[in-house]
Design a protein around this ligand. Structure first.
Ligand SMILES: Nc1nc2c(ncn2[C@@H]2O[C@H](COP(=O)(O)OP(=O)(O)OP(=O)(O)O)[C@@H](O)[C@H]2O)c(=O)[nH]1
Length: 301
């Protein structure tokens, strides 16, 4: 009975440390895993005392048993002290339930972060669109600036070439604008420019693009429009500008006229040649007495 009892216990006490060492080596991330090593030593020594008990059945090496028991006692006391010492910290290790709750909170925070990130990206996109628009907007009149016009012109020329549709452009320049500045001052000169821009925006179609080309000069891009129709629009602009009472709100009644050059885009033209042609038409309108429209009739059929 003693023999088998001690044999089974000793075998178990030798195998348990092996399991603990295996655990120690595989899971070296576990908190306080060195305590497993101490426990392994303690259990191993317990096995040794049981093993000695078997030997003592026949030989009676009681002093060796004593040494084994003493070593077991020392190691087990040390292990016990360490366990008590570590107990508060071991208890403080979050439970599975706590981990689950923390994990859910983390997932929630992650979701919120994703949402804020998406919101931020949308805001950046909207702001970029706004900034791009601002970069292409004339600060004084709120219509397109030269950069915006150039972009629009290139796009319209590409479209007209691709679909073989007509595209006509118009350059409008306020006549003797220097006199307005000299007589009424720069602020009123600015107001005249703003009101001319308003007239152009009102008479043009939503598919047309109107912009300030420079100083007191404007450009109108008219896709799907031949010069014949553009001339009718040019005439409306000329008459509207001539009949308008400028700076009325400021208690003034300034009259100005404008000169207009018109030309249709030809498929083999580039933008600088197109702009050069329309500028030449404007120059002719100025030279033929101002308040005039000159249409380029030398367009290849
Ligand atoms: N108030 C104001 N004046 C401007 C602005 N940009 C250009 N000008 C003025 O516009 C005037 C243009 O003068 P000119 O190029 O001699 O042309 P013009 O007097 O209109 O004469 P024509 O074009 O030949 O009929 C100059 O006096 C510029 O100072 C602006 O943004 N605001």
């Amino acid at each position: 009975m003693h023999f088998f009892g001690d044999l089974l216990t000793a075998t178990a006490y030798f195998l348990i440390p092996l399991a603990l060492i295996h655990l120690f080596r595989k899971r070296n991330d576990l908190a306080f895993n060195w305590i497993f090593m101490m426990a392994a030593a303690f259990i191993f020594l317990c096995g040794v005392t049981h093993f000695m008990a078997i030997i003592n059945i026949w030989h009676g090496y009681y002093y060796l048993s004593g040494i084994a028991k003493l070593a077991t006692g020392i190691v087990s006391i040390m292990t016990t002290i360490m366990i008590w010492y570590l107990l508060p910290r071991i208890i403080a290790i979050p439970s599975n339930q706590e981990f689950k709750v923390k994990n859910e909170q983390l997932l929630l925070t992650q979701q919120k972060l994703i949402e804020s990130n998406q919101l931020l990206e949308e805001r950046v996109r909207a702001r970029t669109v706004e900034l791009e628009k601002l970069a292409h907007t004339d600060a004084l009149t709120g219509i397109m600036n030269r950069g915006g016009l150039m972009n629009g012109l290139t796009n319209e020329m590409d479209r007209a070439t691709r679909y073989k549709h007509p595209l006509t452009i118009m350059m409008i320049d306020i006549d003797h604008f220097k006199r307005v500045n000299d007589e009424y001052g720069h602020v009123q000169g600015d107001n005249v420019i703003i009101e001319v821009a308003d007239i152009l925006s009102k008479v043009s179609r939503s598919t047309d693009s109107v912009g300030r080309y420079g100083g007191e000069e404007f450009l109108l891009l008219m896709p799907e429009t031949e010069t014949v129709k553009a001339k009718i629009l040019a005439e409306r602009i000329r008459v509207d500008v001539a009949n308008h009472h400028f700076c009325h709100e400021e208690g003034l009644d300034i009259s100005v006229t404008c000169s207009i050059g018109v030309t249709e885009f030809e498929s083999n033209q580039d933008s600088s040649s197109l702009l050069k042609t329309v500028d030449e038409m404007l120059y002719k309108a100025k030279n033929s007495g101002r308040n005039k429209i000159i249409v380029n009739n030398n367009i290849a059929a």
